[in-house]
Design a protein around this ligand. Structure first.
Ligand SMILES: [Zn+2]
Ligand SMILES: [Zn+2]
Length: 330
């Protein structure tokens, strides 16, 4: 649970399900960079329970749930609440829905033993799949959404700039999209090694070679850049390595106010797009890929921690070093 200055582990009463909710016993919850940054910047609120990348097992079903869910079923939890009727929901932006809270952000999330979840936000996992895999659906969905916006496909070369968990998931999502060539660029040796493991064709160490130099040497600009680093100057740099008609998708929560080369953007028909979260169908698609074994999600896990040591792991992730993805196992 968050305090104004950080996070601590506390005992609370178990949640009771509302009529349309179930109680999920959390099996695993991914430690997300956005949680790390929220704590680092002090933007959390008193009593907030973070954690939006989780799955587990249903242990109680509310009286009014009219879906075929039952106690014992293993599920991935879509953290985004949506009414399905408002303008944001109609546009496929449920995280902007003003009617329903988002778990781990505006409602209690997955760094807990038990979470109350609206039944409409559950996606069943097939039996035989490790329950822990439910925690992988959210970051994969974020990345699948970004890849959709990149509008790249067979024959294209795409750059993933920044190889944190979202960049690494983006590499897997790009492999699924059938692009021809994936270049990953990053600073951390551990994460660059992971990029090669999950499907990057080429991996650049940006401490040695800039992406501009890489394109000059290879002679092959990119159809799209998925900018996942949020590093200063990264957006302008990304625009500089696109081919005509190319798209830069900003996936990191970058605070950057950037200058864009307008004459080149117009003359070459470049696009810049932001990508945040995902629509409900993209979340379902992520679970499908994981269930079918099409994505090597387990390769990314470098550590599992219990709830007691989760606050400490969230601090350690500020300087990840060799750490790639950490799972809380309540
Ligand atoms: Zn996340
Ligand atoms: Zn809505």
């Amino acid at each position: 649970m968050c305090t104004s200055g950080g996070a601590e582990v506390v005992e609370t009463a178990d949640p009771e399900p509302a009529r349309d909710e179930v109680i999920v016993e959390v099996d695993a919850c991914g430690l997300c960079g956005s949680d790390v940054h929220a704590l680092e910047r002090g933007t959390t609120f008193e009593g907030q329970v973070l954690g939006h990348e989780f799955g587990g097992r249903i242990v109680e079903v509310g009286a009014g749930v009219d879906r075929p869910v039952k106690v014992g079923q293993t599920v991935a939890v879509n953290p985004l609440g949506s009414c399905g009727r408002c303008r944001a929901c109609a546009k496929g932006l449920p995280f902007r829905c003003p009617e329903r809270p988002n778990l781990g952000i505006t409602a209690p999330g997955g760094y807990a033993q038990y979470v109350a979840v609206p039944a409409t936000q559950l996606v069943a996992l097939p039996s035989g799949l490790p329950t822990e895999f439910g925690a992988h659906a959210e970051p994969l969905a974020v990345s699948l959404n970004a890849v959709r916006r990149a509008m790249a496909g067979p024959g294209d070369s795409v750059l993933v700039y920044g190889v944190g968990p979202i960049g690494l998931n983006a590499i897997m999502a790009l492999r699924l999209s059938g692009v021809d060539h994936i270049v990953a660029a990053g600073r951390s040796p551990g994460r660059r090694a992971a990029a090669a493991k999950v499907g990057a064709d080429e991996v650049i160490d940006t401490r040695e070679v800039s992406i501009g130099d890489h394109v000059r040497d290879s002679g092959r600009p990119f159809a799209a850049v998925l900018e996942c680093s949020g590093a200063p100057g990264a957006i302008a740099e990304s625009l500089g390595v696109l081919e005509p008609g190319g798209t830069c998708v900003e996936v990191a929560l970058s605070a950057e106010v950037t200058g864009v080369p307008m004459s080149r953007m117009v003359a070459e028909g470049l696009r810049v797009s932001g990508s945040c979260a995902f629509s409900n169908d993209v979340y379902d698609e992520a679970v499908e890929h994981i269930a079918a074994g099409r994505v090597p999600v387990a390769e990314l896990i470098s550590e599992r921690v219990d709830l007691e040591t989760t606050p400490d792991a969230l601090v350690r992730l500020r300087t990840p070093g060799e750490l790639v993805r950490v799972l809380a196992k309540p």
